[in-house]
Design a protein around this ligand. Sequence first.
Ligand code: ATP
Ligand code: MG
Length: 262
Amino acid sequence: ASWVPPNHPRRESLFIRERLVDGFRDGYVAFQGLIAHGRGECFDYLVGESTIPPALTAERVAAAALLTASHPVISVNGNTATLAPRQIVELSKLINAKLEVNLFYRTREREELIARVLRESGAEEVLGVADDASCTIPELFSERRRVSCRGIYTADVVLVPLEDGDRTEALRKMGKTVIAIDLNPLSRTSRAASITIVDNVIRAIPNMIKFAGEMREMPRDELVNMVRNFNNEENLRSVLTFIRDRLSELASKGITLEFPKP
Ligand code: ATP
Ligand code: MG
């Protein structure tokens, strides 16, 4: 994105947007993925474009859940593949999780392109491509229910950065622990997940890598207890309270930018 001026106040955000556009041009980010990103940006303004305390808590607990899982799987879609490919692969290695391409708008071409992006980022194995996605999630229809029999279908813990609400609910009904990363605390995904991380994927994955690295050597019981003591309902309430308080503070302080008097 050479057109982005070096001193542009929204430089970082423009660069991230450009990554989505690149992924779209390369054929693996869906049209709908661009719209979803815009919605994420909107909620990112509300949390102040940084990781808020309840998100940090959820990230730590999510790392514990992944470290203690017997069959953890990270579900990857086009947006995730373009936003954090190397980080996703690094996390998967750290926690011993399988990577699975799982698309809402599934086409053979997009599946293969995403698998290639992940392999180019260091992934050894990528599930969910072509004939591998031959198991079906109950209660979902059409292409959306196809998953890998060795991956999401048999997983006990699934990390879904940017998932659809419907599918999150279906995975929960199958008895799985679902970890969602979603900037919208009000989405069905956020409300249905077992552990909801209200943070940008760009920040959440590196935080989880850091926590997983720190917690790897911790006694298993301690990790299990962390997960057991976590209350997602309470955590989501803390997110809403944080946003409310932040907006109240801004409303009383004022938000306009200063300019010289005309
Ligand atoms: P749901 O189906 O869960 O009710 P939805 O239909 O409103 O939600 P989807 O289009 O299914 O939303 O999923 C996109 C979600 O991902 C949005 O809630 C959006 O806030 C979130 N999102 C988009 N980009 C990011 C990002 N970079 N990091 C975290 N969340 C994001
Ligand atoms: Mg949806």
